[in-house]
Ligand binder design. Structure first.
Ligand code: HEC
Length: 178
């Protein structure tokens, strides 16, 4: 009897970990109206990711502005404002919703900002810094070309008498109808 419970709990454990692993790799996605991959987040998670995006745009703007004034200290500071430190408090639930390749590209971008900041500190030349900045903007472009964010909330649908996803308009509903 004891043994059986042990086996059942082991099977449940493996299933739970396995499911989480699948989620961690695939994230929660569907196809958006413009055929990009749409990542489904709650409204507040979407706000958080978009806030990070604006921080990165501000960092790019800050680095270029500082470089144009030949102010290397300011350029390094602007680059580090979009470094890994800004991504540390991302919740595990949000992380699970983002597909693995999205997480890798996103984290790699934050790291690249830190690397630029360090390189400027070590006396990198203007062409070297610009080359690294271009490699960063390549990442922005690559990710935006294939990804989109959409917010979805689970709410109780009285007509269907069940919980249903309340999805923004840039979704195609057919994705949810079996
Ligand atoms: C790992 C993927 C990824 C990377 C890398 C990335 N972005 Fe984004 N970004 C997104 C997604 C997804 C959106 C939402 C687009 C949509 O829903 O149409 C977005 C939206 C934005 C927005 C709009 C913000 C708002 O408030 O609406 C800005 C600005 C932005 N990104 C800037 C950048 C910049 C600058 C970089 C590079 C330094 C960058 N992003 C790198 C995925 C990424």
């Amino acid at each position: 009897m004891k043994n059986k419970i042990g086996i059942i709990s082991l099977v449940l454990w493996v299933l739970t970990v396995g499911l989480f692993a699948i989620f961690f790799v695939k994230g929660t996605t569907t196809v958006s109206s413009d055929q990009r991959r749409a990542i489904l987040l709650s409204p507040s998670e979407k706000d958080l990711v978009l806030g990070e995006m604006r921080t990165m745009l501000t960092a790019v703007n800050g680095v270029l502005g500082a470089l144009s004034e030949n102010d290397m200290k300011k350029a390094a500071l602007a680059a580090s404002s979009a470094g890994m430190a800004m991504a540390v408090d991302t919740s595990p639930i949000l992380m699970a919703k983002l597909p693995l390749d999205f997480k890798e590209l996103g984290m790699g971008t934050h790291k690249a900002f830190d690397d630029i900041s360090a390189a400027i500190g070590k006396g990198a030349t203007l062409p070297e810094i610009l080359k690294s900045m271009h490699q960063i903007t390549n990442r922005c472009v690559a990710c935006h070309q294939v990804n989109r964010l959409s917010s979805a909330e689970l709410s109780f649908d009285k007509r269907q008498n069940q919980f249903a996803l309340n999805v923004e308009k840039n979704y195609e509903w057919k994705n949810y109808q079996k």
